[in-house]
Design a protein. Structure first.
Length: 229
């Protein structure tokens, strides 16, 4: 059977796309950033996401969208007007465009973003761990919110096991455990961060912004079940 076509808006380097592909979709990505093209692993179109979905969204069985999160993050208050202008708040416009298309969709963003009745996913729900350079285990939390126009749910509750250190995947962390950095958390070397996410082709910025594929594989399975019904 052919794989249902899936559109990933604001796809960046393809973390979410990888999970939807693992769930069984034929994924295509759209992003306005020209640097994405050389790292994105699926069919790619450089275009404004809202313009694209408004024109072509009806071609797809389901759609995912990850509008820029910087304007909704806990650090948004520290951004200058110029920085905010580079990171517009697009959740409302994206939702309106998706509703007009009328196919199942999932919108992702950070905790604090104005999503409607969102489901929170955490790395601990999927047992996401990796081996650090010293041979010890580190784990991923990376809380993200997901809104959908079809029923979705988490696989369980968070299990923040304090016996295993949390590893962050972002800039501004520290490279040694127990230290303090801009973001306050421990950040392992790039190879370990890639192991945690399960993707190894991304830039450091791509890893920092990526949705863990385990999250979207889970959600993609729910969407598949919805489409089959």
């Amino acid at each position: 059977m052919p794989r249902p076509p899936f559109l990933d808006l604001y796809c960046s380097e393809g973390g979410a796309s990888a999970g939807y592909a693992q769930a069984g979709f034929e994924v295509e990505g759209v992003d306005i950033d020209p640097k994405v093209a050389k790292r994105y692993p699926f069919s790619f179109t450089r275009m404004d996401a809202i313009e694209y979905v408004s024109r072509y969204g009806h071609r797809y069985a389901a759609i995912g969208a990850s509008p820029p999160c910087q304007g909704y993050s806990v650090t948004a208050h520290s951004l200058t007007p110029a920085q905010l202008a580079r990171h517009p708040r697009l959740i409302g416009r994206t939702r309106d465009a998706l509703r007009k298309v009328g196919v199942p969709y999932v919108i992702e963003n950070v905790v604090g973003a104005p999503l409607l009745n969102p489901v929170l996913l955490c790395g601990s729900m999927f047992g996401i761990e990796a081996t650090d350079v010293d041979g010890s285990k580190v784990r991923l939390e990376r809380h993200r919110l997901f809104e959908s126009n079809v029923p979705i749910h988490a696989p369980g509750s968070c299990n923040h096991d304090k016996s295993i250190p949390v590893a962050g995947i972002y800039g501004g962390g520290v490279s040694r455990r127990g230290g303090s950095g801009v973001r306050g958390g421990y950040t392992p070397i790039k190879a370990v961060r890639a192991d945690l996410l399960g993707v190894h082709r991304m830039s450091q910025l791509g890893l920092s912004e990526a949705i863990p594929p385990a999250y979207t594989k889970w959600l993609g399975g729910i969407l598949m079940g919805h489409l089959e019904r």
